[in-house]
Ligand binder design. Structure first.
Ligand code: GDP
Length: 444
């Protein structure tokens, strides 16, 4: 899995800090040493590591961090923020031309995933902007590349302009652009030739295509699995072509993380997308903050929060918080909560986004049966209104009646009531700022 080694080593550095009641300068120094090694081992560019560690250390040894009640948490936050900054702060959208077509020129070494990414990007634009792209096959050195692009075009229903392998790529681009103008395509995506490594002939050709096509976007496709080399490739292409963005591919593999963390800092150019699989839908916008979370092994909390926000009614949430605080959370509220959670998608997917859960083998193999939810609801529905608002009324004879009414066995009714009482207690404690019980829950 991507970033696995890096995540583990960073977690280790943090758990050293977490164990200490009071964190000293020396503890911070030790943690920084581990973070530095972790980054270097993950193939992060040396200069980037140096700057990163220096900035984090300066912030971490600040008196207010070390004297705070939660120094470890604060240092994790500093590292998280700094990782985000190193990768560019926020997502950078594709450049767009004020008039059609917007021209996107793709570049990259052979095997980086350029042709595949052309397909993924067309699909992305069609899905998100109802775009009508034209693809231009200008990789004449690898005959299979043209066929590959045509296959992808057929699969997606996107036209591909090609002139075989005997025409000069610049001429192909000229004629392809003319066709796009005739057909009013809103995007032109040019698939250019790759090489095994950067060479002068390739760069001259790309320069010429750039001069003719005047692309709004020059996207360099680099393979994240190549680590340090990916950063060097990005630097090389950028010096010559002044690229406008990077697509980092194969993030679904066991990449160590170096490229994701170095490219922005070294080239000054944003990573705009990441490829996370071979299929056409495996392209995602690159969010530095989410990637930082992922690298820290914190799951994808932001996506979870996004999902929660989409399904959450703020007023209702405030009322719920109030009830929890006053310990008046009842079975009617419990039903509301279950409905909200059901709206967020399959339970096992939600759980995996919680920090520490993604790599937890218990969760990895977990299948939450939607029937369990339905059973819980059936039990609550079988309670009287008085029982729902005052769960203390639930004596054994009432429980037997509820079991009969819901068609569930008595032990299951008992178990659910017990779990309800436990979570109510835990939520109440948490609302008072007592998180003591949480560590165990998070698998730390
Ligand atoms: P090109 O030579 O740069 O045009 O590279 P291709 O598009 O032909 O891709 C090379 C190989 O990498 C193909 O087998 C692709 O399926 C694969 N590939 C491309 N992007 C990804 C990705 O994000 N994840 C994975 N796992 N494989 C990818």
């Amino acid at each position: 899995m991507a970033f696995e080694g890096l995540s583990e080593r960073l977690q280790k550095a943090f758990s050293g800090l977490r164990r200490k009641g009071k964190v000293t300068d020396a503890d911070v120094r030790e943690a920084m040493r581990e973070i530095r090694l972790a980054l270097l081992e993950a193939d992060v560019n040396f200069g980037v590591v140096k700057d990163f560690v220096k900035t984090v250390r300066e912030q971490a040894v600040g008196a207010d961090v070390l004297d705070s009640l939660t120094p470890a948490q604060q240092i994790i936050k500093i590292v998280n923020d700094e990782l985000t900054k190193t990768m560019g702060e926020s997502a950078v959208p594709l450049n767009k031309s004020p008039h059609i077509p917007t021209v996107i020129m793709m570049a990259g070494l052979q095997g980086a995933g350029k042709t595949t990414t052309v397909g993924k990007l067309s699909r992305y634009l069609m899905e998100n902007e109802k775009a009508r792209p034209l693809l231009i096959a200008a990789d004449v050195y690898r005959p299979a590349a043209i066929e590959q692009l045509k296959t992808i075009g057929d699969q997606l229903g996107v036209p591909v302009f090609d002139m075989g392998t005997d025409t000069d790529p610049v001429e192909i681009v000229r004629q392809g652009m003319a066709q796009a103008a005739l057909q009013h395509n809103d995007y032109v995506i040019i698939d250019t030739a790759g090489r095994l490594q950067i060479d002068e002939t390739l760069m001259t050709e790309l320069d010429n295509i750039k001069a003719l096509a005047k692309p709004d976007e020059i996207l360099l496709v680099v393979d994240s699995m190549t680590g340090q080399a990916a950063t060097e490739v990005a630097e090389g292409f950028n010096k010559r072509l002044d690229i406008t963005g990077v697509v980092l591919t194969k993030l679904d593999g066991d990449t160590r993380g170096g490229a994701a963390l170095s490219i922005r800092a070294v080239t000054g150019k944003p990573i705009k997308f990441v490829g996370q699989g071979e299929k056409m839908d495996a392209l995602d916008v690159f969010y530095p903050d989410r990637m930082a979370n992922r690298i820290l092994g914190m799951g994808d909390m932001l996506t979870l929060i996004d999902k929660a926000q989409k399904n959450y009614d703020e007023k209702q949430a405030a009322e719920m918080a109030e009830k929890i605080q006053q310990n008046s959370f009842d079975f009617n509220d419990f039903l509301d909560q279950m409905d909200q959670i059901s709206n967020m998608g399959p339970m096992e997917d939600i759980l995996k986004m919680i920090p520490g859960m993604a790599n937890n083998p218990a969760v990895a193999n977990l299948q939450v049966d939607p029937k369990d939810f339905a059973h819980m609801k059936a039990i609550v529905y079988s309670m009287t209104e008085a029982e729902r608002t005052d769960p203390d009324l639930l004596n054994p004879s009432r429980r037997r009646r509820i079991a009969a009414g819901s068609g569930r066995p008595v032990p299951e009714v008992n178990r659910m009531i017990k779990q309800f009482n436990q979570s109510k207690k835990m939520m109440n404690q948490m609302s008072k700022g007592n998180f003591a019980g949480m560590e165990g829950l998070m698998g730390n």
